[in-house]
Design a protein around this ligand. Structure first.
Ligand code: LLP
Length: 420
């Protein structure tokens, strides 16, 4: 992982020791590296330079406005899936004409908000949504650019819960039905059908499933054009894998860029790509402190002050996050199988079982790596635990980009009913 390393035995984000942040901000705290965010964005941009492509950062992976703003300054757009995400993107400086609105169940209010704000594109996922949007935009006297999200029946993804492209998933529209909707759209007011979209899943490192899905799109473009329809845009979705393990190299982005050029380059279309974790995962870590250690039934446990409400991925997907001590161990041969858990009252609140790690003592600081994507953005208040603080580092400087939530912010707006 770039820009996170030991300097003089202390783990640092860029050149800031995480111990300093723990002392001033407390734990658990998410820490983002600005340079890493920028690095990943620029690498991808470079690999796509041979095609007419724009990058819309998938805001769901990390929706802190400081993160969105950092990428917006490099020219990134935003891929959003709710009114809240559109609002965040606009507020963080993403121009409306770079915002894409995806999602399988957009409400009328959300569609109206998107149209009123004249966003770049809405990705349509059903006939009902097509008709509703047409009505909304017509009533507002506007014309909204749309693309149809096709379900290419290509399954891919790191875990069954994040694979979306197989035929019977809830996402997208079948290839055959897309043709009839494209035709129908020609006669509806308030919308302009511009092209097609796919998103087959997440944490995909092999280029082959992307290629299979994009080939489906390319064939569809030809067929639609043969029927006389205008197709000027393709949205390729997200899904490129991030590196969670040292022995994993991640997707070959140059090969990916070359494949996009080979399969879609001659179609003369604008291309949009919606990466989330590829950009944000390795740009963030979760800093946490050991609270107690104990032995039960022959198993060594370490209980941290971070829990599944802070980083849900291990509990939900059995996802692996590398864990490192903030103070570099002097002797890393002395490993001990340890089960690392949070303090929440359920057994699922387990980060890792029997992992060989250097002995951890109460008050020791440790970090979970590659937690910048789907970490804070999936956090909750379960067990009435405050949302963690978020910090961004740039060089030797750091700033709080979201303070730790207060208890009043957790329950202060609740109302004790008075019945008479
Ligand atoms: N575009 C669409 C339409 C999506 O549904 C997603 C992610 C993305 C782009 C960005 O995908 P990425 O490039 O980040 O793979 N919470 C799960 C991941 C869920 C992904 C949902 N959709 C996790 O922590 O693994």
């Amino acid at each position: 992982m770039r820009h996170f390393s030991y300097i003089d035995g202390e783990f640092c984000a860029e050149s800031v020791p995480l111990r300093e942040i723990a002392q001033k901000v407390g734990t658990p705290t998410y820490i983002y590296s600005k340079a890493t965010l920028e690095h990943h964005y620029k690498i991808l941009e470079k690999c796509l330079s041979g095609v007419n492509a724009r990058i819309a950062f998938a805001v769901k992976s990390n929706s802190n406005r400081a993160v969105i703003n950092t990428l917006a300054q490099l020219g990134a757009g935003a891929d959003t899936v709710s009114e809240g995400e559109i609002r965040r993107a606009l507020n963080a400086g993403v121009p409306a004409n770079k915002i894409v609105f995806s999602g399988v169940g957009k409400t009328k209010a959300e569609l109206e908000f998107a149209v009123k704000n004249q966003i770049h594109q809405i990705n349509i996922e059903s006939i009902q949504e097509l008709e509703t949007l047409s009505q909304i935009a017509t009533n507002l006297g506007q014309t909204q650019d749309i693309v149809f999200r096709v379900n290419p029946d290509v399954a891919a993804g790191g875990h069954e819960k994040i694979s979306t492209g197989y035929a019977s998933s809830k996402f997208g529209i079948s290839v055959e039905r897309t043709f009839s909707l494209y035709e129908k759209a020609q006669n509806l007011s308030g919308i302009r059908a511009c092209g097609l979209a796919v998103h087959i899943g997440s944490q995909i490192s092999d280029i082959a499933p992307f290629e299979a899905a994009y080939k489906v799109l390319a064939q569809m473009v030809h067929n639609l054009r043969d029927k006389g329809f205008n197709v000027s845009r393709l949205d390729l979705g997200g899904g490129l894998a991030a590196v969670y393990q040292d022995d994993f190299e991640g997707p070959d982005l140059e090969a990916y860029g070359a494949m996009v050029k080979r399969v879609l380059g001659d179609l003369g279309v604008e291309i949009e790509i919606e990466p989330g974790r590829l950009i944000s995962a390795n740009a963030g870590v979760l800093l946490t402190r050991a609270v107690v250690t104990k032995e039960n039934g022959g198993r060594e446990f370490c209980v941290l002050d971070a829990a599944m409400n802070d980083l849900m991925r291990p509990a939900l997907y059995e996802a692996y996050h590398q864990m490192l001590p903030v103070k570099k161990a002097l002797d890393s041969t002395n490993l001990m199988p340890t089960t690392i858990v949070g303090p929440i009252c359920e057994t699922g609140d387990t980060f890792t079982k029997d992992r060989n790690v250097e002995p951890i003592n109460p008050d020791d600081l440790v970090v979970f790596m590659s937690a910048g994507a789907y970490g804070f953005s999936m956090a909750s208040n379960y067990n009435s635990r405050p949302l963690a603080a978020e910090v961004m580092v740039s060089g030797d400087k750091w700033q709080i980009v979201r303070p730790r939530q207060t208890y009043d912010e957790i329950y202060g707006k609740e109302i004790l009913p008075v019945w008479e």
